[in-house]
Design a protein around this ligand. Structure first.
Ligand code: TYM
Length: 343
């Protein structure tokens, strides 16, 4: 069998976000901001609110519906333009769930047990986790490969899932002696691929952290943002002149990375301005940049949320467009596997 040639696939970017709770600055810098920047290039861009992934852990139905719309609003507020990208929610395009089943027969159980996200989310009582939580990465591979996506922008924490997606594509191509799925490239780029907690520089900023002070939420107002930055954990040393000097200072490095990502500068450019200054000077400057970048997004999100029918209309149109790409690829996959298509 020859090596799969990704050049035979048209460039296509896919990524997704779970609607399982308020989104954070980590989601914005690690994902949404980059999704917007990737539009209008050579590759078609397809973005998805992955609601089927969210229900792998319990969600209150009424709250989930609201959060799906809120995630869609966040995409648009961050600059994802439904005229330039396909934007939809996963459960409306049944090809995802169908492809996930096909991949459940390709992926091995052992691959799933090795996933760190499963271990983290299942906790000690993994026998009691939903079967969907274990199979989660097969559905994620289905999201990506149902569009034959060639590149997937994500934060660092999704790297292992993307490796598994590549393993599924390679095993499928190998077992069925085809070059049907691309070996997708992860796009984990920039200074904000792992935004850390404001309270603990060794932990990822996360919507599931019990401390609200650990994160900036996309719904926080200017006062809350400024206060959280003021209270962020730091050290007592002045800022160094270059990135090297931040190596063993996780909290300091995190704040400088956030500044650089928000202001579209390199870490060295930021440090060149703040070299020798302490956090007494740096934190107010960071708060100012953060408020200036986030306030328009928070405002746009609440404007979109004021018109849920319009969000639903955008998502429905996106689902139609997604379906038109996904369906023929799913049908071809079934053909390759020997499933009988009668219509
Ligand atoms: P989710 O919903 O947890 O996060 C969405 C995106 O935000 C990124 N992210 C971060 N980036 C930097 N710093 C952080 N602190 C931070 N927290 C979150 C994530 O890396 C991700 O890019 N399994 C995925 C959703 C998914 C998906 C897909 C992604 C389902 N199908 C197909 C890509 C392609 C997840 O749980 O992301």
């Amino acid at each position: 069998m020859s090596e799969p040639q990704n050049s035979t696939f048209r460039p296509r970017i896919f990524s997704g976000i779970q609607p399982s709770g308020g989104l954070t600055l980590g989601n914005y810098l690690g994902a949404l901001k980059r999704f917007a920047a990737l539009q209008g290039g050579e590759a078609e861009t397809i973005y998805c609110v992955v609601d089927l992934h969210a229900i792998t852990v319990w969600q209150e139905p009424e709250q989930l519906r609201m959060r799906i719309r809120e995630a869609a609003a966040a995409f648009m507020a961050a600059g994802v333009d439904p005229a330039k990208s396909v934007l939809f929610n996963q459960s409306q395009v049944s090809a995802h769930a169908e492809m996930a089943w096909l991949f459940n027969t390709v992926a091995r159980v052992g691959w799933m047990y090795r996933m760190t996200q499963f271990k983290d989310k299942a906790g000690k009582n993994s026998e009691n986790a939903s079967l969907g939580l274990l199979a989660y990465p097969a559905l994620m591979a289905a999201d990506i490969l149902t569009y034959q996506a060639t590149a997937v922008p994500v934060g660092e924490d999704q790297k292992q899932h993307l490796e598994l997606t590549r393993d599924i594509a390679a095993k499928f191509n190998h077992d069925y002696k085809v070059d049907h799925f691309p070996i997708t490239q992860p796009l984990i780029e920039g200074v904000a691929t792992r935004v850390m907690s404001l309270r603990d520089g060794s932990k990822k900023m996360s919507k599931s952290d019990p401390s609200d002070a650990s994160r900036i939420n996309l719904t926080d107002d200017a006062d809350a943002i400024a206060q959280k930055i003021r209270k962020a954990r730091t050290d007592a040393d002045p800022l160094p002149g270059s990135a090297d000097g931040l190596k063993d200072r996780p909290e300091a490095r995190n704040l400088v990375n956030i500044y650089a990502a928000l202001s579209d500068e390199t870490v060295d450019q930021v440090l060149a301005r703040f070299e020798g200054q302490g956090f007494g000077a740096f934190k107010p400057a960071l708060a100012e940049v953060a408020v200036a970048s986030m306030a328009p997004i928070t405002k746009a999100m609440s404007d979109y949320m004021a018109d849920p029918a319009e969000i639903d209309r955008v998502l429905a149109d996106g689902a139609d467009r997604a379906e038109a790409i996904a369906r023929p690829i799913l049908d071809r996959t079934k053909d390759i596997m020997g499933l009988l298509r009668t219509r």
